[in-house]
Write a protein that binds this ligand. Structure first.
Ligand code: BES
Ligand code: ZN
Length: 902
């Protein structure tokens, strides 16, 4: 399927159906590292044996960018050969007895710009092994179904690297000659090599001793660079809360004496769950009220939780092969979502979290599912596994677990998890094993009864469409609901079979009151909300004793990851927005109305009506939400935020990004002007008093105040009034925390006010020594609402700023990704300059860090939807990248799929 330029080796696809169990087992691994940035020596002594269940064959160990100096079998030299990246040993001892294999290699951590394997970040050694980075450290069976016991000795200069860490427990340490020292670690748990980690450098730790429910003591540590210790309290609190939560909710205790988190500022991803030694991007560890926003605080809690929860879902039970990635990632995202909801507490705070998660799903996963990189939650093949750490594996995977959870109930799911661990603890398993355990623990459940069909969620890509239509018979007082499903074709999957789709619903009367639900055949009415299971192409349900024509509230809580199409009237949507008992669907009704208005304006013949896209009824409904004293501020902020440009684009067959941007901006302005007085009172009534706390309720108040300020500045900029911009600048200067300060700055930048420039300058001066805050400074400017094409020249100018470096992934993301991936109005320029910039940056990054480059390459995934001239210039830009002979497999896979004719 991949077409390569002449002379290039064909990157090979790996197929799920080709899975073979390993021919060899590695029982123990003793690693000795002599750490040196320029040349680190690695001695790898393994105890190996043949897998008696697999036909005898040569041992093929993977290695990448290693210098091999010696191979010994049971202490004696042996013959070997190289086959591409593999070290092949053909003359190994026959029979089932284990033997020792020793391999000496060296590598160059300070030349490692990919940040995979062993690398140096600001003078400290770190490793990143998932998915296939261990082979950059030593020759190995680098696959997750080979689980071994690790003993690791680290040797390094004591002054430069006083702290030496690896997985498990510290068993020995001491001084060596020449100013060096050593530390020896042993991990009591067997693990796949992707969970190996080491850290060596000048670090300090916040320590915390905790007692588990059973009374065992554990040491928790958060390691950072000296000077950052004051910013570790929230991460530590999040870790303690995670430990307590997993024990309380799932009965899963911490199985280690010592659990460490280490922060690094050079990291490709967010964080990594190495056994007992999690390595984190500083972005998800460091926080103080002066430097981190509420969102940062919430993200830290979620990511600390996520990596901690992997200790059971991922580490104790791991993946048989990388096609099963969602086994650990989808499940663990579900767990971190539930953790955040439980931490948030109130039902409405839970709904807010749910809305935020669904927004991510719809604005990132739905487009992926509709584009050239569409793949199933369990893909059938890949070229580069790093390209498959996607929103589909993660967020859709979590939705699949959530549907199972909802089909068997909260307690049934906990029972299923118990059975999963009883069956598979210590094993490397598949998504089938997980689904089977949940179903087997719940015989008779809808999941158990339709398990095979349910599992189509794992094998079929694409976002299903559910069409709903209702018919009310006033004579018979019957309401018949018809649901139909279909799923668009995706690359390699032209036809789809029906999914099992749980549809939670309620019925409202026109005054918005909940109606009791009684299905035909039932003796009595039973509750106001229930879940129907759609498993055919089309099905009907008839509700009886329905005294008036109802307004259906469908797919409550977003009970399945589908696109729901319903012919609601505006009046029905206004009823749902004002009254639905389900907070998610209340928000949803508002979004449907806003989207409807946006699409009407976008497809209008001209822009003459742009000043009045929102009608008075909708404005009044939004005003009522804004002023409702019963509603949470966080919820109001979500209702009053317009659907994103990306989400709007997904609803259109042909996309004119500039028209979408103009319409959305016009709607924002109208919202700002029409609700001016209400924004003013919202701002004034949501001022926090007292000390800063990052909890959901306080964060919600700050978020609403921030939106209000943005709206007040937008309105002021339009009317020429200078009071609110002045107040905003003052707020920016006086703010006691980063959330308020940044929101004020963003409000000034967002409306393009003259005060934005001095405020940005002041912000830079204040925070020039804090890399994470500087990232915000770059991101804000690159993500600003475009006015007459001003953003691209600014981004180019910022590329030359002394604080910019493309080598640091966080900094690259803050400037380049914020522009290319998160600012469609500025990126999709009619003159194609945005695309040219994109192609140059993809190539520039690919030479340094293919994993990060491939993520940037995805920015043009949806090019086929674009109208002219964007479509042609986007294709040209992608083709320009694809024409390069020296692309990484990572970027090659993305651009080849983007250009493929389906
Ligand atoms: N296992 C991943 C980290 C990872 C991903 C390493 C890809 C190597 C390649 C980790 O558990 C993870 O999923 N991290 C997320 C954050 C999480 C909260 C979803 C990340 O890094 O983005
Ligand atoms: Zn994960």
């Amino acid at each position: 399927m991949l077409l390569m330029p002449d002379g290039q080796g064909q990157p090979t696809a790996t197929h799920r159906s080709d899975y073979q169990p390993p021919a060899w087992w590695i029982d123990t691994v003793e690693l000795t590292f002599d750490l040196d940035p320029a040349k680190t020596r690695v001695l790898n002594k393994m105890r190996l044996r043949r897998n008696p269940e697999v036909a005898a064959q040569a041992l093929r160990l993977e290695g990448e960018e290693l210098n091999l100096s010696r191979v010994l079998v049971n202490g004696a030299g042996t013959s070997f050969k190289m086959d591409g990246s593999q070290l092949v040993l053909e003359n190994l001892p026959e029979g089932p007895e284990p033997f020792d294999l020793e391999i000496f290699t060296t590598c160059a951590p300070d030349k490692n710009t990919q940040l995979m394997g062993l690398y140096v970040s600001q003078g400290t050694f770190f490793t990143q092994c998932e998915a296939e980075g261990f082979r950059r450290i030593t020759y190995f069976l680098d696959r997750p179904d080979v689980m071994a016991s690790y003993t690791v000795t680290l040797r390094a200069d004591k002054t430069a690297y006083p702290v030496l860490l690896s997985n498990g427990n510290l068993v020995e340490q001491g001084d060596l000659e020449g100013g060096r020292h050593f530390a020896k670690w042993h991990d009591p748990h067997k693990k796949p090599c992707y969970l190996f980690a080491l850290v060596a450098g000048k670090l300090v730790a916040r320590q915390q001793r905790i007692l588990s429910r059973s009374g065992t003591e554990h040491l928790l540590e958060v390691y950072v660079r000296p000077g950052d210790l004051g910013k570790t309290e929230h991460a530590m609190n999040s870790l303690m809360a995670s430990v307590a939560w997993d024990e309380a909710r799932f009965g899963l205790p911490l199985d280690l004496e010592r659990f460490m988190i280490v922060a690094t500022s050079d990291f490709n991803m967010g964080a990594m769950e190495n056994k007992g030694l999690n390595i984190f991007n500083t972005k998800y560890v460091l926080a103080s009220e002066a430097t981190a926003t509420d969102t940062d605080f919430a993200n830290i809690e979620a990511v600390v939780g996520h990596e901690y929860f992997h200790n059971w879902t991922g580490n104790r039970i791991t993946c048989r092969d990388w096609f099963q990635l969602s086994l650990k990632e989808g499940l663990t995202v579900f767990r971190d979502q539930e953790f955040s909801m439980d931490m948030a507490g109130s039902p409405s705070a839970r709904a807010v979290k749910r809305i935020e998660d669904v927004r991510v799903l719809r604005s990132a996963q739905f487009p992926e599912d509709a584009g050239p990189m569409a793949h199933a939650v369990r893909p059938d093949s890949y070229i580069e596994i790093n390209n498959f750490y996607t929103v589909t594996i993660y967020e859709k995977g979590a939705e699949v677990v959530r549907m199972m959870h909802n089909l068997v109930g909260r307690d049934g799911f906990a029972q299923g998890m118990k059975l999963y661990f009883a069956r598979h603890d210590g094993q490397a398993v598949t998504c089938d094993d997980f689904a089977q355990a949940i179903a087997d623990a719940n015989p008779g459940s809808a999941l158990a009864l339709q398990l095979e069909q349910f599992k189509r969620w794992y094998s079929q890509a694409g976002t299903p469409r559910v069409q709903a239509s209702g018919q009310y018979d006033p004579e018979a007082q019957r309401y018949t609901l018809t649901l139909r499903q279909s799923c668009p074709a995706t690359p390699g999957q032209p036809h789809k079979a029906p999914f099992v789709i749980p549809v939670e619903l309620g019925l409202l009367n026109h005054a918005g009151q909940a109606l009791a639900l009684q299905l035909e055949g039932e003796q009595t009415a039973n509750g106001n909300s229930r879940t129907l299971v759609l498993d055919g192409a089309e099905q009907q349900w008839t509700f009886i004793n329905v005294v008036q024509a109802p307004v259906p509230s469908l797919l409550r809580g977003f009970s399945a990851p589908v696109v729901l199409e319903v012919d609601y009237s505006d009046a029905e949507l206004l009823t749902l927005l004002a009254h639905d008992q389900d907070a998610f669907n209340r928000w949803e009704a508002g979004q449907r109305l806003l989207l409807r208005r946006a699409l009407q304006a976008i497809t209008a013949p001209d822009d003459s009506q742009d000043a009045a896209i929102l009608d008075e009824a909708l404005l009044q409904a939004l005003r009522q939400v804004l002023l409702d004293p019963q509603l949470d501020a966080a919820f109001k902020e979500l209702v009053l935020t317009l659907p994103s440009e990306t989400y709007i684009a997904e609803q259109l067959e042909v996309v004119n990004p500039q028209r979408i941007h103009a319409v959305r901006e016009a709607m924002r302005l109208q919202l700002a002007l029409a609700l001016h007085i209400d924004w003013q009172s919202a701002y004034e009534t949501h001022q926090a008093s007292g000390a800063y706390r990052p909890d959901a309720a306080s964060a919600g108040r700050r978020a609403l105040a921030g939106l209000a300020l943005t709206m007040l500045c937008l309105g002021a900029q339009h009317s020429g009034d200078s009071i609110w911009p002045g107040k905003t600048l003052q707020r920016f200067k006086d703010a006691g925390n980063m959330t308020d300060r940044f929101n004020a700055l963003a409000a000034l930048v967002g409306c393009g006010h003259a005060l934005a420039a001095p405020a940005l300058e002041r912000f830079h001066t204040l925070f020039k020594d804090d890399p994470l805050v500087l990232d915000k400074w770059f991101a804000l400017q690159a993500g600003a609402s475009d006015r007459a094409g001003h953003v691209l020249p600014l981004v180019k100018q910022l590329m030359a700023h002394p604080d910019f470096t493309i080598k640091n992934p966080n900094r690259a993301r803050s400037l380049i990704f914020s522009y290319c991936n998160a600012n469609p109005g500025a990126f999709h320029r009619a003159d194609a300059a945005g695309y040219v910039f994109w192609s140059e940056r993809v190539l520039e990054l690919d030479a340094i860090n293919p994993q990060v480059a491939a993520r940037l390459a995805r920015a043009l995934d949806r090019w086929k939807k674009l109208a002219e001239p964007w479509r042609s210039s986007a294709r040209e830009a992608i083709a320009r990248v694809a024409a390069r002979a020296d692309l990484s497999n990572d970027v090659r896979e993305v651009v080849t799929r983007a250009l493929a004719e389906e």
